[in-house]
Design a protein around this ligand. Structure first.
Ligand code: PLP
Length: 421
């Protein structure tokens, strides 16, 4: 059996000036000021390698997959399945059959809520989420619980923004049917101890779903190490195309799961009238309809791009930049960071300003060429709990540098002048 040796050498942080050249969006000569893109938690830009992979798929090897018997279709099928294998290695899964292509993180989570949880959830059962979940890792569970008369309980946060696991009474009780948790919060930037949580949950026989939407671009994912039952993420947050995501699940969980959608490509024998139909094998039974082969190929190209950069160096760069942004923002009188035990390092800094509305900051920043996000970030349960309607959020990627942070600080200073503090 081949043994993979992990590098023991400290990775060098990636070089953003060099990497920006990989991303055509930063080349736009018609832009009157440089693009300072600090909205990477919403979506990331695409390197040429991904754009080229998509173009080649359409221009050179496009055809219906898993259906056609002619060479072009066979090649398209082979490219789609090869993309699955690349992503299998990217997340350390034992088999490509444990990976289901979805439209997004959102669809992957809905697939588990409808296909796995709902058929086994009963009145009185408990499903756990945390206070910091994105609506996509909250509403699917809320609806399943509402439908079955089960309880949706919340793991609250300690004052420093970390999960208060000790305060979550009954988390590992027999009534708990699933724990759904994000690896990194899209608002707080807090990194949750998912591997430890999975280990304890496993001892109690409770499956865990990890939402990796905000971690996949800068934290090495290894589902074997993590020990999760389900993992969901989207390509567009890791330099890949929009409209495609992934659900990983342990083989036994996929075997227990019913198809969320039914239709072409997922059935072997169709029953007539109300006679039962026989689904095809896993994972195709979970990919009803014509799969998006070019997007899958682009997704794999994004994973290869990240592997090529070295995730350790990516993480180091992003951690340093996030800490620097937090430090610089705190030099502005009136700016407060959202609760965090230490300076955030997971690529996300959310903040408020005593005298400015987050939307005003985002608008003035936008006019200065700095793209940040303002709002509730699809995390209303968290924002309500913090007594906030909105925050401003800057989020970092491989192509950002210190000049982007300086531009953000300058934009906030400008907003202060515009709104005459
Ligand atoms: N989970 C988290 C933590 C997110 O940040 C997001 C998107 O911002 C999602 C889920 C949903 O991702 P998508 O819109 O790609 O389905």
């Amino acid at each position: 059996m081949p043994v993979t040796l992990r590098p023991t050498i400290e990775p060098e942080p990636v070089n953003p000036a060099l990497l920006r050249r990989d991303f055509p969006i930063f080349e736009d000569a018609n832009r009157d000021q440089p693009l300072r893109y600090l909205d990477n938690a919403a979506t990331t830009h695409k390197p040429r390698a991904v754009i080229d992979a998509l173009t080649r798929s359409y221009a050179e090897c496009y055809g219906p997959i898993h259906r056609g018997l002619y060479p072009l279709a066979e090649q398209a099928t082979s490219n789609y399945e090869s993309a699955r294998r690349t992503l299998q290695h990217f997340i350390g899964a034992a088999s490509p059959d444990q990976l289901v292509f979805t439209r997004s993180t959102t669809e992957a989570i809905n697939m588990v809520a409808n296909g796995w949880l709902l058929p086994r959830l009963q009145a009185g059962d408990i499903v756990w989420v945390s206070r910091m979940e994105h609506h996509s890792n909250y509403l699917p569970w809320q609806r399943a619980c509402q439908q079955q008369g089960a309880e949706l309980r919340i793991i609250e946060l300690a004052e420093d923004g970390q999960l208060d696991l000790d305060g979550a009474n009954g988390l590992f009780s027999e009534r708990s049917k699933l724990i759904a948790i994000s690896q990194v919060s899209n608002v707080l930037g807090v990194e949750n101890p998912v591997a430890a949580l999975c280990a304890t949950a496993r001892q109690h026989g409770i499956p865990v779903l990890v939402d990796a939407a905000q971690s996949v671009s800068h934290i090495e994912l290894d589902v074997a190490d993590m020990g999760c039952d389900f993992l969901a993420f989207s390509a567009h947050k890791m330099f890949g195309p929009t409209g495609i995501g992934l659900l990983y699940a342990k083989a036994e969980r996929l075997a227990e799961m019913a198809p969320f959608q039914v239709g072409g490509g997922m059935v072997d024998i169709v029953g007539i009238g109300t006679a039962p139909s026989q689904w095809t094998g896993i994972p195709s039974r979970f990919e009803a309809g014509s799969p998006d082969m070019p997007a899958a190929v682009g997704f794999a190209a994004a994973a290869e791009y990240l592997i090529g950069l070295g995730i350790g160096g990516v993480r180091k760069h992003i951690a340093a930049l996030t800490r620097l942004a937090a430090e610089r923002l705190l030099t502005i009188d009136g700016v407060a960071l959202l609760p965090h035990a230490e300076l955030p390092s997971s690529g996300i800094v959310s903040f408020t300003h005593r005298d400015l509305h987050p939307h005003d900051i985002a608008q003035i920043a936008g006019e200065s060429g700095v793209a940040i996000r303002a709002g509730h970030h699809c995390a209303q349960p968290l924002l309500n709990h913090l007594g906030l309607a909105a925050t401003a959020r800057a989020s970092f990627s491989v192509y950002n540098d210190e000049a982007d942070i300086a531009a953000l600080v300058a934009a906030i200073r400008r907003a202060e002048r515009v709104f005459r503090r």
